[in-house]
Design a protein around this ligand. Sequence first.
Ligand SMILES: [Zn+2]
Length: 69
Amino acid sequence: MKKQKKPKTFKIRKCPKCNSENVGVVVGKDKKGEWECYNCKWSGKNIQEIELGEEDFLKYLDERGEAVS
Ligand SMILES: [Zn+2]
C-alpha cells in the first residue's frame, strides 16, 4: 500500500450567530461538546467549522492581520 500525502488543513471555528472567531468550549459536565461565543454570548453545539488548506489559511491570517508567533 502506498502512503498518500494528505494536504495540510486548518480548522477555524466561528460563531454561527455573529461570525466571530472569539469562541471557546464551554467547561462543565452538563455542557459537554458545547461552544460559546465570547462576543455575543451565543452557546450551543452547532459551531461553524471551516476547513482551510495551508495556502488559504495563511491568506486568512494575513487578512486578519494577526502576527504569527
Ligand atoms: Zn457570536
